[in-house]
Design a protein around this ligand. Structure first.
Ligand code: SME
Length: 185
């Protein structure tokens, strides 16, 4: 049964343990639930509360959420999805900023200092570092790999993210890719 306790993280957990809980709870919440709005919303909550339970720099995460493929646009573009944090840019073209780069290249972007990322889009001046992980779905018949969404997490400190974040957010991206019905974007 869905319960708010899923977002409660014990004081003193390590980042590895927090992500383990995020992934375990996400798997339970996504079971039998293909709606992406619903699943991305719960995933944003899990991530936000996980970061807030951790020491710096993770506790200084100031934005955690998603952009999804904007199906109403004729050119490839992302549109703001479920998130936790301050209001953010509504649309981002593929190839633009950290999010658009991850969407276009289908490669995780781990940015230690956003000032050094050419074309970084500053939605919130507090953000100093950022990680963006593409959510990619493969067409079983054609083998075509399509970016359907991206996970975006910003931190108000430099060097906010490392390989533990990358590995676990990539696992979350794979879980979301297979759990949601992305044909109904
Ligand atoms: N900084 C991102 C834009 C999205 S916000 O961080 C929420 C970028 O450069 O794509």
């Amino acid at each position: 049964m869905v319960h708010a306790d899923a977002s409660n993280f014990d004081a003193g957990v390590t980042k590895e343990e927090a992500y383990e809980q995020v992934l375990l709870q996400a798997e339970g919440l996504f079971y039998d639930q293909p709606n992406w709005v619903c699943n991305l919303s719960n995933a944003a909550s899990l991530l936000w509360h996980a970061y807030k339970s951790l020491p710096a720099p993770s506790k200084d995460v100031n934005w955690a959420g998603f952009y999804v493929l904007d199906s109403s646009s004729s050119s490839p573009q992302l549109i703001l999805g479920p998130f936790q944090g301050k209001v953010a840019c509504q649309t981002i073209r593929f190839g633009r900023g950290v999010c658009g780069t991850a969407a276009e290249t289908q490669v995780t972007q781990l940015v230690d200092d956003v000032e050094k990322f050419p074309g970084h889009i500053a939605c919130d001046g507090d953000s100093k570092s950022e990680i963006v992980v593409p959510i990619v779905v493969e067409n079983q018949e054609t083998g075509e790999k399509k970016t359907v969404a991206i996970i975006d997490v910003d931190c108000a400190e430099l060097n906010g993210f490392d390989d533990v974040d990358k590995t676990n957010l990539e696992a979350l991206a794979r879980l979301l890719a297979k759990s949601c019905d992305w044909n109904r974007l």
